[in-house]
Ligand binder design. Structure first.
Ligand SMILES: [Zn+2]
Length: 67
């Protein structure tokens, strides 16, 4: 057993998003609920392409900047 306890202690939720460019899945930190909905600029951890990650109260998804 490793991460669950640590995640709670840091009060940080992670969400999985799929890169719109390379379709790899990676984890991002979810903003505080008070800041929802939020849009965050992010560079893919795999292919380093920029994207916009959209956080709402019930979903998280990434969209490419070029579309
Ligand atoms: Zn990517």
């Amino acid at each position: 057993m490793k991460s669950a306890e640590i995640v709670q202690r840091f009060c940080m939720d992670l969400a999985e998003v799929t890169c719109p460019t390379c379709f790899e899945v990676f984890e991002v930190a979810v903003p505080h609920p008070d800041e929802m909905p939020a849009e965050v600029d992010y560079d893919c951890e795999v292919c380093c392409r920029p994207m916009m990650i959209v956080f709402t109260e019930d979903e998280v998804y990434a969209k490419g900047l070029g579309d």
